[in-house]
Design a protein around this ligand. Structure first.
Ligand SMILES: Cc1cc2nc3c(=O)[nH]c(=O)nc-3n(C[C@H](O)[C@H](O)[C@H](O)COP(=O)(O)O)c2cc1C
Length: 171
């Protein structure tokens, strides 16, 4: 059965990469939207405050039956070294117990503890998390992914990874 990619994206980079990931992995895709949508100033002020305090930012109900998927990929940008309130809300609101859930985080070079935090949240929710893939969302990398010079894939030992056309290097 297909995996489901659940993505939150404030400025569109994570969403672009997840769109390509959906194609590479033949996965379904759903984007999370917060009930009170934040602008960029809101993200850098209250958003960061909430992220640091590991708060949930209420998301609109997902128009997809999560219970129908055994395997998910949960994707979020990094905010102040943390995962976003929207992704916290999704993980806490939906029943992920017993599911295989990969993490995917994007950042500008300072991921802090975000990968470990995402894994922790997923495991607290009863999911099995094989790995959290983190990438620095540089423009060139996004071009390479869109042009299929780099692609997301699942390794033989079941990890989410990103490879070059000519090898299995991450970026
Ligand atoms: C509110 C806010 C806080 C951020 N904090 C960090 C950070 O702590 N470390 C980092 O490397 N990038 C940080 N960034 C950059 C984003 O994580 C990065 O650009 C990400 O790929 C954006 O994804 P998006 O376009 O899907 O929202 C932050 C961006 C925003 C908007």
């Amino acid at each position: 059965m297909k995996p489901l990619i659940v993505c939150f994206s404030q400025t569109g980079k994570t969403k672009k990469m997840c769109g390509c990931m959906a194609k590479s992995l033949d996965a379904d895709f759903v984007e999370l939207k917060e009930i009170s949508r934040r602008g960029l100033i809101g993200a850098y002020t209250l958003g960061v405050y909430d992220a640091i305090r590991r708060k949930s930012g209420d998301v609109l109900p997902v128009d997809t039956d999560i219970s129908a998927y055994d395997c998910l990929i949960v994707a979020t940008p990094v905010w102040a070294g943390n995962i976003t309130p929207a992704i916290n809300d999704f993980i806490r609101e939906y029943d992920l117990s017993g599911k295989t859930v990969y993490g995917f985080i994007t950042h500008a070079g300072g991921a802090g503890e975000a990968a470990q935090l995402l894994r922790h949240e997923l495991e607290q929710a009863g999911a099995v998390c094989p790995n959290v893939l983190d990438v620095q969302s540089k423009r060139e990398l996004i071009y390479d992914i869109k042009a299929e010079r780099k692609a997301f894939y699942l390794t033989a030992d079941g990890k989410l990874a990103l490879r070059n056309q000519d090898g299995e290097k991450k970026e």
